[in-house]
Design a protein around this ligand. Structure first.
Ligand SMILES: CC(C)(COP(=O)(O)OP(=O)(O)OC[C@H]1O[C@@H](n2cnc3c(N)ncnc32)[C@H](O)[C@@H]1OP(=O)(O)O)[C@@H](O)C(=O)NCCC(=O)NCCS
Length: 240
């Protein structure tokens, strides 16, 4: 056992501090996620974005937890997902398994944004969750589906704007999502909306049929006084 030099002592001190900071960052993230999932309503955080019109499309949106969603609306969301995605899933390593998809869509932590037109016809939805993902508090967009007749009128972009506002207001680090690489529409759409390859996306040489995309929330959100405070659930760190 040799004598420790000043530089090696400093290095291990730096490492300890970095570890503590990382633990604190994760603990804070977890408290933001818990806080977001405890909210009864999300609409007040994004009210002005929930009404949208463009060309002949007039849309009203609402947001509910899956437990509050009307069964007919959930059935429509499942059917739209199947109509839009089944063939894309079937042509990649995932395959299409309706039971698995339904189970995912009915998870207790699922939130739904539903868009209806002026004739009360369901036009679009997003299934999203507030969750910890690779140590980050994120709003994960599990699904964004639009009826064929409602596309290319900016509705998809508006739905993402709502998700981005919610992510910012609840102190999530980003909106993150998984996109199939052989879905050129989705690739063009998400890039046009400012999404890029996320650091957690698997290397292309290992996995090529999907990629993880994300868009960071604006840093200014963290200083906004109007944001809901997280509950006092910070984990006390030993020696912190
Ligand atoms: C992908 C999807 C959500 C896009 O929604 P949308 O409402 O049609 O998109 P927007 O009108 O907001 O498009 C915004 C921009 O994205 C790009 N974009 C959208 N659709 C595109 C397409 N088919 N081809 C090329 N670019 C496209 C364009 O730049 C567009 O702007 P522009 O119309 O001014 O040129 C919709 O096509 C859809 O539901 N597809 C089936 C399901 C799916 O693939 N979901 C995504 C993966 S989960």
């Amino acid at each position: 056992m040799g004598k420790k030099t000043v530089s090696s002592v400093n290095k291990s001190k730096e490492k300890r501090q970095a570890r503590k900071l990382e633990q604190r960052r994760i603990a804070d993230g977890m408290s933001y996620v818990t806080s977001a999932n405890k909210l009864k309503e999300l609409a007040p955080l994004c009210k002005e974005l929930l009404v949208y019109s463009n060309k002949d499309l007039e849309i009203d949106m609402y947001i509910q937890k899956v437990s509050e969603l009307d069964k007919k609306v959930l059935d429509w969301a499942i059917s739209l997902t199947e109509r839009n995605m089944k063939s894309l899933y079937e042509t990649c390593a995932w395959g299409w398994n309706k039971d698995d998809k339904v189970e995912q869509m009915m998870d207790d932590t699922a939130w739904y944004l539903i868009a209806k037109d002026k004739n009360n016809k369901l036009q679009a939805f997003s299934h999203f969750r507030f969750d910890m993902d690779f140590g980050d508090p994120v709003l994960y967009c599990y699904e964004l589906q639009i009826e064929a007749e409602g596309r290319r009128r900016g509705l998809g972009q508006r739905v993402l704007s709502v998700l981005e506002r919610l992510a910012q207001a609840t102190r999530m680090r980003c909106v993150r999502l998984t996109a199939l690489t052989h879905n050129p529409t989705a690739a063009a759409f998400f890039r046009a909306c400012g999404y890029s390859l996320d650091e957690t996306s698997p290397p292309k040489e290992e996995i090529s049929h999907y990629e993880i995309l994300s868009k960071a929330t604006e840093a200014t959100a963290m200083e906004d006084d109007t944001l809901p405070e997280p509950p006092n659930t910070r984990i006390e760190l030993a020696g912190a």
